[in-house]
Design a protein around this ligand. Structure first.
Ligand SMILES: Nc1ncnc2c1ncn2[C@@H]1O[C@H](COP(=O)(O)OP(=O)(O)O)[C@@H](O)[C@H]1O
Ligand SMILES: [Mg+2]
Length: 286
């Protein structure tokens, strides 16, 4: 498949509930606020969380007469016919059309992937300029990357998902000569700071060294993410009186800072001027 002129960010992890869709949505809205043209592709045809997120956003804005920026969004067909082959082909066609349509029109394409391995998951990974892998903050969740020695905390065996990424990376390197910047992000970090959490960080660092990827500062566990999904808002959108219990605005601002730090850590091709515009936009909505 032809490579897009846009910068492609894939959010992937072969595990449900690690925060992929939440992260994909936040990255898309951040870049829109920063003035970029953003397209989003939901490859998760079963759950379609990103698609639902954007639907909630439109409904929320419409009910309140608000103007909120939205990416140009594509989702794969949700209808599941009897023939797996035909379903696969239909999905592949939509995906190819989406990429073809935005390759020279969007600055960024954000692809949200499902928590399981399909041809399309692999294809999406081979298109990534930047691959973001959110991992839940527990040792068990690191299994998706590597089997870890219980005594030493060192990775001893590459897991299925990490192999998928390695294949996608070497494929891309041989086809385009470009590498994939793979960034691991801890998500839903417990505020309590346990011994277990420190162990996760140490093990994640060891895994990153082994696989030649990076670890970005993570995102804490916060209840506001529930209401954000329901309203289709991100921490980058203006605060709203409806946000709920007292103290949620503090939580909102803290989460915004964490997501900002994450975007900064991704080293995306964001120009100085647009970066300033982004900072301005975020100040205005703070
Ligand atoms: N930092 C966080 N704090 C609290 N809940 C979170 C956080 N990140 C994600 N969630 C919640 O976890 C659930 C799974 O997140 P989601 O982004 O859908 O994961 P995935 O796409 O990997 O399956 C959602 O209910 C989401 O609201
Ligand atoms: Mg998801």
């Amino acid at each position: 498949m032809a490579r897009s002129g846009a910068h492609v960010i894939v959010v992937g992890n072969e595990k449900g509930g690690s925060g992929k869709s939440t992260t994909a949505f936040h990255l898309a809205i951040y870049l829109l606020h920063a003035g970029y043209r953003v397209a989003s592709v939901d490859v998760d045809s079963r759950q379609q969380t990103l698609t639902h997120y954007l639907r909630n956003r439109r409904a929320y804005a419409q009910e309140r007469g608000l103007t909120l920026p939205n990416p140009q969004h594509f989702h794969l067909p949700s209808a599941w016919g009897d023939s797996v082959r035909e379903n696969d082909r239909a999905e592949f066609d939509v995906f190819r059309r989406a990429i073809g349509e935005v390759e020279n029109r969007a600055d960024f394409v954000i692809i949200d992937t499902p928590g399981f391995d399909t041809n399309l998951t692999r294809l999406a990974h081979s298109l990534a300029d930047t691959l973001v892998t959110p991992v839940n903050d527990s040792l068990i969740d690191l299994n998706v990357l590597a089997r870890v020695d219980a005594q030493s905390g060192q990775p001893i065996e590459t897991s299925h998902y990490a192999k998928l990424v390695q294949r996608a990376r070497s494929e891309r390197l041989s086809v385009t000569g470009e590498s994939v910047d793979w960034v691991l992000v801890r998500n839903r970090i417990s505020m309590l700071g346990s011994r277990n959490a420190r162990q996760v960080q140490v093990t994640l660092d060891a895994i990153a060294t082994r696989f030649g990827c990076r670890v970005a500062d993570g995102i804490a566990e916060r209840v506001i993410f529930r209401s954000l999904f329901a309203s289709g808002l991100t921490v980058f959108d203006p605060l709203d009186g409806d946000m709920g219990a007292e103290g949620s605005s503090v939580s909102h601002l803290a989460a915004r800072q964490e997501y900002r730090n994450l975007v900064a850590a991704l080293n995306l091709p964001i120009t100085q001027t647009s970066g300033q515009a982004a900072a301005e936009a975020l100040r205005l909505s703070a």
